[in-house]
Design a protein around this ligand. Structure first.
Ligand code: BEZ
Ligand code: FE
Length: 289
């Protein structure tokens, strides 16, 4: 292994890994080396560009803390998160599709009863959410654990609201015997993904928008079924076709119907105009995975 050239170095590197005991690891590493070398050749990467790339990745790592994961955000904006999800969770069109989990899930969320107000007293258009969880045949899935979380009317999560430490606009709910779950909150708004790090530099350099369309996140788990990590977007959101993390799917675009206080399915429950959102979530059995 001496006098390697740009023509021979790829095979030489791969040959050094031939004693890798874990077959899957060997497969991944060989492909990684082939693709990275091919990329370097393809663009004719210069030493200066290589150093810039190393600096970018170094600074990406330095941004990471227990509450800020810049590498996952980078994976999100490069479409890698949704690509891995698409390969891992192929579901028939009738089943509820996944989207990104995002960085704002908290496992210290409170468990709340049906129809609870989870707004934490924050101002905004009242939102009444009614969900149903069913299986492929339409039979109710009782006892499913449903996590919900969303931003406020200004696009901020509870963790971003100055001075707020208590969880708000998030809850763990359970479906009843009819598969129903529901809550009351405030209508979420669109918001930018964090742009003050290396991902922001990349988005700026490529002229991309940081704005995510508004959404309510849901994570649904029920015994015997595939876990669903998803979100519902309002059909009138202007950012649906430029989501920076590629999480929008047509089946997740929903009608956030708005009514006057004395009209619609929740008339009398509030004295200001409100939004009602109803959706049925269809779970796939684990065996179909
Ligand atoms: C979110 O929807 O919470 C989110 C997803 C990916 C990156 C940033 C935020
Ligand atoms: Fe979000």
């Amino acid at each position: 292994m001496r006098d390697l050239t740009s023509d021979t170095i790829t095979e030489a590197v791969i040959s050094t890994m031939q004693d890798t005991k874990d077959c899957r690891l060997a497969e991944i590493l060989e492909s990684l080396v082939r693709h990275v070398h091919a990329f370097v050749r393809d663009v004719g990467l210069t030493e200066e560009e290589w150093a810039r790339g190393v600096d970018f990745l170094t600074r990406t790592g330095r941004m990471c803390t227990p509450t800020r994961q810049e590498f996952i955000l980078l994976s999100d904006v490069l479409g890698v998160t949704m690509l891995v999800d698409a390969l891992s969770n192929r579901r028939p069109a009738e089943a509820t599709q996944n989207s990104v989990l995002g960085p704002f899930f908290r496992d210290d969320r409170p468990q709340r009863p049906d129809a609870a107000d989870i707004s934490g007293g924050l101002p905004g258009t009242p939102l009444f959410f009614e969900g149903r969880v069913v299986d492929r045949e339409g039979a109710p899935v009782a006892g499913a654990a449903v996590d919900v979380w969303h931003s406020d009317a200004e696009g901020r999560y509870d963790v971003d609201v100055p001075g707020r430490v208590d969880p708000a606009m998030r809850a763990l709910l359970r479906t009843d015997e009819t598969g129903h779950f529901g809550f009351r909150s405030i209508r979420p708004s669109s918001y930018p993904i964090p742009g003050d790090g290396t991902v922001g530099e990349y988005m700026n350099a490529t002229g991309r928008s940081l704005m995510r369309p508004a959404h309510v996140h849901l994570l649904i788990e029920a015994s015997g079924f595939q876990r669903v990590t998803t979100m519902l977007f309002p059909s009138d959101d202007p950012h649906l076709d430029s989501d920076p993390v590629f999480g929008v799917k047509e089946s997740l675009v929903a009608s956030y119907d708005t009514y006057e206080a004395d009209d619609g399915p929740c008339r009398g429950l509030t004295d200001v105009p409100y939004t009602a959102l109803r959706h049925t979530f269809v779970l796939e059995p684990l065996s179909a995975h």
